[in-house]
Design a protein around this ligand. Structure first.
Ligand code: SF4
Length: 478
């Protein structure tokens, strides 16, 4: 396993505004192709799903090589590193930590070496019985503190049997959200939890196969979309093609938040484009929460499609009132106290000439703690807005996610304890409107019983039976 120079980027956003994504996974089996570069570009397309660390595992048939480090995909890899990663199959991962700290040891792909060979694994999602599963391992047998490391060790534990047989027996025991890609020296594997909480898709290259978290990653490497990997399905991909087996009945409960915020707008989920869903959400929001105003502006970028829909439906002109610095998210330079105090301005700056003297509708995707929206309202007023009406394209997030999104604890979620009117007052907005849960669900065109909506309702589709859950569950036991 190769390690980079250990550089660690610092998140410059002191407001900690966004729900943190869960990770992106990518796998390719394609003899004759430059699989490490394909994986690099696949991860590049999935960068929005995890920005703490990135890694690629590759094999030429006899040995798995893993390179991973802290930072963005483009910070971790360069031409010379990719040049050393040669083979016919590869997997890759970009991480946001939802179990275990954000440290190099917890970066992925994870690697387990046994007498029978190696096994490298990349995971999107979060398990809810990690502590229970870890009890099956000999004490001290894993170094990292992630659910993924536990899974890797369990999959590699019995090298006397084909790994797909081990997986088919193990996965029904694994509870929570998992979209997995893993490999041994010769074969690529993929599996998705029976609820299919996180997305996972299969694509076709001229000379091989690709598995990725989102369809956008297929587009970027020139793969054609074949189908979504079914909830409860296990795929084996090698020179004999793609073989499918079911390890559990499908009980689909896809994450509703993927539509609101997590997935790229150019991704397709269940046959519907994310961008068009978000625009429709904006139209519904305008019908549910109309207001007399002069201009609709988004909180860029994630509020943009819903703001377009709101403007279309309401007839109020759409404009760009906030400019986002897309590059400020991560830097190697630790901000000084003076810079930190600038807060939101590091990321967003108002366009005074657009907003001065206007009654504004500001559309955002969600409110987690409320710090960002409070800062935006203040900033817009200081820049001359006469009224600020906040519209949110998701219902109030009042419950934590145990399936791979790190929002906050219930106590930290502003909607966990305050009413909509109290939140409005806390933000300093003239009015506040959230889309209804029914309105958001209808916009996805999926029936409510096929979606996880737990962060809005508190009804968890996979029961949280073990109280040993949480990001630091394995660290707490040390
Ligand atoms: S709790 Fe919310 S964010 Fe988590 S999987 Fe369910 S819908 Fe998605």
């Amino acid at each position: 396993m190769l390690k980079g120079d250990g550089r660690l980027g610092h998140d410059l956003d002191p407001q900690d505004r966004a729900p943190k994504d869960a990770c992106g996974v990518f796998g390719v089996w394609a003899p004759g192709e430059d699989v490490s570069k394909l994986t690099y570009y696949g991860l590049y397309a999935l960068q929005h799903r995890g920005q703490e660390s990135a890694g690629i595992a590759v094999s030429e048939g006899s040995r798995i090589l893993v390179y991973k480090d802290m930072g963005l995909v483009a910070q971790v890899f360069d031409e010379s590193i990719l040049g050393t990663l040669r083979g016919h199959l590869a997997i890759g991962h970009c991480r946001y930590s939802t179990t275990g700290s954000s440290v190099w040891e917890n970066a992925q792909p994870t690697l387990s070496s046994t007498d029978g060979g190696g096994l490298a694994l990349a995971h999107n999602g979060n398990l809810i019985n990690t502590a229970h599963l870890a009890e099956r391992l000999a004490p001290g047998s894993i170094r990292a503190t992630t659910d993924t490391e536990v899974l890797t060790a369990l999959l590699a534990q019995d090298s006397s049997r084909p790994v797909e047989d081990v997986a088919a027996e193990l996965l029904p025991e694994v509870k929570g959200a998992y979209s997995l890609v893993w490999m041994n020296e010769t074969t690529l594997f993929a599996a998705r939890d029976p609820q299919g909480i996180r997305p996972l898709v299969l694509g076709r290259l001229e000379r091989g196969w690709v598995v990725a978290s989102e369809t956008a990653a297929l587009d970027i490497v020139g793969a054609s979309f074949i189908r979504e990997i079914e909830p409860g399905e296990l795929l084996t991909i090698d020179e004999r093609g793609v073989r499918s087996r079911r390890f559990a009945p499908a009980e689909p409960k896809g994450c509703l938040f993927e539509y609101v915020y997590l997935a790229r707008p150019d991704t397709t989920i269940a046959g519907r484009g994310v961008q068009s869903t978000r625009v429709e959400v904006g139209r519904v929001l305008a019908r549910e929460h109309p207001v007399d105003a002069d201009l609709v502006i988004p909180t860029p970028e994630s509020g943009t499609p819903a703001a377009i829909g709101y403007a279309e439906q309401s007839g109020i002109p759409y404009g760009q009132g906030l400019v986002k610095n897309s590059y400020v998210g991560r830097t190697f330079i630790q901000p000084s106290q003076t810079i930190r105090q600038l807060g939101i301005r590091l990321k967003l700056n108002p366009l005074r000439e657009v907003i001065e003297g206007k009654r504004l509708v500001v559309v955002d995707d969600s409110i987690v703690r409320g710090n960002t929206q409070r800062a935006i309202v203040k900033m817009l007023r200081e820049a001359g807005a006469t009224e600020v009406h906040v519209r949110i394209s998701s219902p109030p997030v009042a419950w934590p996610c145990f399936y791979g999104i790190d929002f906050a604890t219930r106590a930290e979620l502003i909607a966990g304890s305050l009413s909509v009117e109290q939140i409005r007052s806390s933000l300093g907005a003239d009015s506040l409107g959230y889309i209804s849960l029914e309105g958001l669900t209808r916009a996805t065109t999926l029936p409510a019983d096929r979606l996880c909506r737990a962060c809005f309702t508190g009804e968890y589709p996979i029961p949280i039976e073990d109280d040993r859950v949480g990001k630091f569950v394995l660290e707490a036991q040390r």
